[in-house]
Ligand binder design. Structure first.
Ligand SMILES: [Zn+2]
Ligand SMILES: [Zn+2]
Length: 355
């Protein structure tokens, strides 16, 4: 397969610098790939809030610079490093690039399926260049095969947003028939969470604001809707929506601490707060007394491992979860960041990388 010498790429030169679109960024050639590495020619890539955090440097850990962000890419393998042993993927395969680009597969965490926290982990669009370029280098052991009947643009956002919420719900202790509260239900992660929750037999209380997000959440399977801007008493309204006792589980993807603290208040006794959002700063100021006497569980979930990725994609391929997205060219990345910052992006933005 022929690989060009240069490509389009969106580059952040230094932390907080303005994004630049280059037309002649060098493509790593097949001969330059190390064993275990592969080169993927992208069809498309989703844009995640994490990319914005990485570009702005507003997390306690810093991204590499210059940085090519992006970690929701779908494309075809066009080269595999020489001397790669037992590759699970082959030339021409359609694969996904997710946040966790590489892990050692041998440490205690990797062996237990918690490869996201591998000390040798590499992260797409953060510690290694990501998918905001037409070609991306990844690892044969970690790229995710895309099910045949799932469209590439549909698959893109499942690779981060989908996996993240799927795993969070899967490990939240929620069981069929339980109420689940989903703050941010109309956003990128939230609208996928609504569908995974519904597919898993949970009853969804969607929390967000505005008619567009309300309509989307209800259409996707939410049973109740609470508008946090219109509500005079959010905790009371969420409890009332579930018949008074409060939800069994809250999966919180917000980047402000208030949404986490409120969950402790509206969860029913024995309920579980699953924390998923990654605010740069923010503390959980839960009341210890009431957390204890309500027997509340507080858990955290971080993206997902290779198995979670395959399960999340499989559910989408079966039509149970559909990403609501708009397609834009790579040149629209800057305005997408602005929309994410203002909270005006409904669903997800996917960049067409073939243009
Ligand atoms: Zn992401
Ligand atoms: Zn490891």
């Amino acid at each position: 397969m022929s690989v060009p010498a240069v490509q389009k790429a969106a580059i952040v030169q230094s932390t907080g610098a303005k994004l630049q679109i280059h037309d002649n960024f060098p493509v790593k050639q097949a001969s330059e790939l190390a064993p275990g590495e592969c080169l993927v020619k992208l069809v498309c890539t989703g844009v995640c809030h994490t990319d914005l955090h990485a570009a702005k440097g507003d997390w306690p850990i810093e991204a590499k610079t210059p940085l090519i962000g992006g970690h929701e890419g779908v494309g075809h393998i066009v080269a595999i490093g020489a001397h790669t042993q037992d590759s699970p993927v082959q030339l021409g395969d359609r694969v996904g690039i997710k946040w966790l680009a590489y892990s050692c597969l041998d440490c205690e965490y990797c062996r237990q399926g918690l490869e996201q926290v591998c000390p040798k982990g590499k992260y797409s669009g953060f510690t290694v260049d990501g998918t905001f370029s037409q070609y991306v280098v990844s690892w044969v052991s970690h790229v995710t095969p895309i099910p045949e009947n799932l469209d590439s643009f549909e698959a893109a956002s499942i690779l981060c947003a989908g996996i993240t919420v799927y795993r969070a719900i899967k490990y939240s202790k929620a069981k069929i028939g339980d109420w689940i509260a989903l703050p941010g239900a109309g956003g990128g992660l939230g609208h996928l969470a609504v569908q995974y929750a519904a597919a898993m037999g949970l009853r969804v209380v969607a929390i967000d604001t505005g008619a567009e997000k309300r309509d989307l959440a209800l259409k996707l399977g939410a049973e109740k809707w609470v508008d946090f801007r219109e509500s005079k008493d959010l905790v009371a309204d969420i409890k009332a929506a579930t018949g008074g006792a409060g939800p069994n589980v809250a999966v919180v993807t917000a980047t402000n601490s208030a949404a986490y603290e409120q969950a402790i208040d509206y969860l029913r006794p024995g309920g579980t707060l699953m924390m998923v959002g990654l605010p740069g700063q923010g503390k959980l100021a839960a009341d210890i007394f009431f957390t204890v006497i309500k027997a509340i569980n507080i858990l955290g979930s971080y993206v997902g491992n290779r198995q979670d990725a395959r399960e999340a994609l499989e559910i989408a391929a079966r039509g149970k979860v559909k990403c609501y997205y708009a397609v834009k060219p790579i040149g629209a990345l800057e305005e997408t960041y602005e929309g994410l910052e203002k909270g005006t992006v409904v669903g997800r933005i996917v960049l067409d990388m073939q243009q």
